[in-house]
Design a binder for this molecule. Structure first.
Ligand code: ADP
Length: 607
């Protein structure tokens, strides 16, 4: 994330470079101008100086050259002296040539041989004035040729030649230029350092702000940018610090908001799933995970439609366009049922742009099961009532069509009608009982009862009934010796016992022994009734306690059964916090068990 800025790309370098370039340009312009001026002034001054001295010398020589009272040798000696006096350190040679072209004197010691001989410098041949610079053995020299006028000034009587060395002047200038150059270099070096320092003072705060910005991006708000001064950068640094505080506050608010949302989601009893606009899961709460039986890491990023297994019936577009509620059945087996209601809603921005979908999962298994049972129950009741009514109607029809006059069949028909009416009344009573228990209106009248006595009382009644029926059964009692005091609703428990014993007799066509056992376990009393009758097929074992469920409908109805007896029994035992169940082998008989909660020490307490 953090990229190192190359030095040559840095602001530091750019500022320093521009400063130095500016400086160099300034030095160049100033230096060039200065050196040119220096050169022209120095050289011109020098030349002028030489010129004026030469002119003066020429006039001195003019007088000496025509001296009347001296012979030629004397004149030449005097000329030589004049030239020697004249020649300074920079004079290479001063030479006098007379109007006959004879060299009269020279200041050059090495050329004294030429004196008195013909001049050998071509420059002097035409006796005209000349000034020019030239090169002599790699040296710059200045040559000045000056005609010598007679003292009267009307004739040219000779020529003066002066060759001076100006290399020295040029070297002076070069020396000065060198000093200038060195000074510029030093100035340049110093300015580089100063510029770098200045540039650093600008870029360092910027660099620090960048570091801080990077830290903020990583979520670390602890740092502060140092404020170096009150200038623009200082203000920027202050603003930056304020900004970072604001971001921190905003971040904290957001964090708190998110935590709140998370805890709301986590503690919701409904499952919640949120997706992005492509239908990929981005959030899912615990409840949704447990309802769908999936793991967080497996579903984040996966498709919602696949997760809910509805991709064949729904498209994401359809859900987005008309979010509705749907029911999905996640049942794995009839025992392990799971029905979930899913409500969809869109997540929209203020602009209306759809950013995703929220779906709320609600477990409606119980609700759906109750609803289904209610529907089945209503249809069962209607069916059960229609059957006796239809048969009654046909008997009454037969009677009204004349059968009432037939003493042979009329009483029989009336009897059947009466039996059917009784059965309907029993059924309606049973239904009312059940409905009272369902709505919780039927409170138990609990009392402590000697359970052994209660059962004996019921069984005694059945023993008495043996004589009045044609069924050949006998009741055996196998009871514990101890009296068991149980808290129960006597009437309701008698109803249950009656029902179970009635069934044992009813579904044992050949009679046989009916064994009733009473025993106690650690904190239950268990009463069981074993018959030697038809038994119940394995597949029906669990269902016999369901409302209207009968293994053999025709036979049960013929026995006058309503199919509600065991259902009522189950409700009664449930209300006592007990349990009722059956074990059976088809064709060999069944055993019905009732277990009721029991506190064994109650007996001692009574005593
Ligand atoms: P019903 O009025 O038909 O007897 P119940 O609820 O008492 O209704 O019993 C439900 C069904 O359970 C009966 O129809 C019968 O098929 C079966 N059943 C109950 N008790 C016995 C038993 N002792 N032996 C065999 N089948 C039984």
């Amino acid at each position: 994330m953090k990229k190192k800025v190359h030095f040559f790309q840095s602001v530091n370098f750019k500022i320093a470079l521009s400063f130095i370039l500016l400086l160099l340009i300034a030095i160049q312009i100033i230096g060039g101008y200065f050196i040119r001026e220096l050169e022209s002034t120095t050289i011109n001054d020098y030349k002028q100086n030489v010129d004026s001295q030469t002119t003066q010398l020429a006039s001195t020589i003019g007088t000496k050259l025509v001296e009347k009272n001296q012979d030629r040798t004397e004149i030449d000696a005097s000329l030589k002296k004049t030239l020697n006096d004249f020649a300074g350190s920079e004079t290479i040679e001063a030479r006098i040539v007379d109007d006959k072209g004879i060299v009269r004197a020279t200041s050059d010691l090495n050329r004294q041989g030429i004196v008195g001989k013909k001049n050998d410098y071509r420059d002097l041949n035409d006796f005209s004035a000349k000034k020019y610079a030239a090169m002599d053995q790699d040296k710059r020299v200045y040559i000045n040729v000056m005609p010598i006028q007679s003292p009267t000034g009307d004739t040219v009587i000779g020529v003066l030649y002066v060759k001076s060395n100006i290399e020295g002047k040029y070297q002076e200038i070069t020396g000065t230029a060198r000093i200038f150059f060195t000074a510029s270099l030093i100035a340049g070096a110093i300015s580089i350092i100063v510029t770098l320092l200045i540039a650093r003072s600008i870029t360092q705060p910027i660099g620090e702000m960048r570091e801080q910005a990077l830290r903020i991006a990583k979520g670390d708000y602890t740092g502060k940018v140092q404020v170096y001064g009150k200038d623009e950068l200082g203000q920027l640094a202050e603003t930056f610090n304020q900004l970072s505080e604001r971001i921190e506050e905003a971040q904290e608010t957001m964090e708190a908001e998110r935590n709140r949302l998370d805890s709301v989601l986590a503690h919701m009893t409904d499952g919640v799933i949120a997706t992005d606009r492509r239908g990929k899961v981005i959030t899912i709460n615990e409840m949704a995970l447990s309802l769908l039986n999936v793991k967080d890491e497996d579903v984040i990023g996966s498709s919602l439609l696949e997760l809910l297994d509805i991709e064949t019936d729904y498209t994401l577009r359809k859900l987005l366009e008309e979010p509705e509620e749907i029911l999905i059945d996640l049942s794995t087996s009839p025992e392990d049922q799971m029905i979930i209601r899913v409500d969809f809603a869109m997540i929209r921005r203020e602009s209306g742009f759809i950013t995703g979908l929220v779906c709320v999962l609600h477990d409606v298994t119980e609700q759906e099961k109750n609803e289904r049972e209610r529907r089945e129950f209503v249809s069962n009741v209607s069916h059960e009532l229609r059957t006796p009514l239809t048969s009654m109607r046909s008997y009454i029809e037969a009677l009204s069509e004349g059968a009432w006059e037939n003493p042979e069949i009329a009483p029989n028909f009336l009897n059947v009608t009466l039996e059917e009416t009784d059965r309907m009344i029993r059924m309606i009573n049973d239904l009312l009982n059940l409905s009272r228990m369902d709505s919780g209106n039927n409170e138990l009248q609990l009392e402590y009862v000697n359970f052994n006595e209660l059962i004996n009382f019921v069984l005694d009644r059945f023993d008495m009934m043996v004589e009045s029926t044609d069924k050949n059964y006998s009741i055996q009692r196998e009871f514990t010796k101890r009296d068991l005091w149980v808290e129960l609703d006597t009437d309701k428990i008698i109803q249950v016992l009656d029902n179970i014993l009635n069934n044992a007799i009813k579904y044992s066509p050949d009679g046989g022994a009916i064994t009733c056992r009473l025993l106690e376990t650690h904190n239950n009393v268990v009463f069981s009734v074993t018959d030697q009758g038809l038994g119940i097929p394995k597949k029906d074992l669990n269902k016999v306690f369901d409302r209207f469920y009968r293994v053999d409908k025709a036979r049960a109805r013929a026995q006058g059964g309503t199919g509600l007896g065991l259902a009522i029994s189950r409700e009664v035992i449930k209300a006592h916090n007990g349990a009722i169940w059956v074990e059976s082998q088809e064709g060999q008989g069944s055993t019905f068990y009732i277990s009721l909660p029991y506190e064994p020490y109650e007996e001692d307490w009574w005593e």
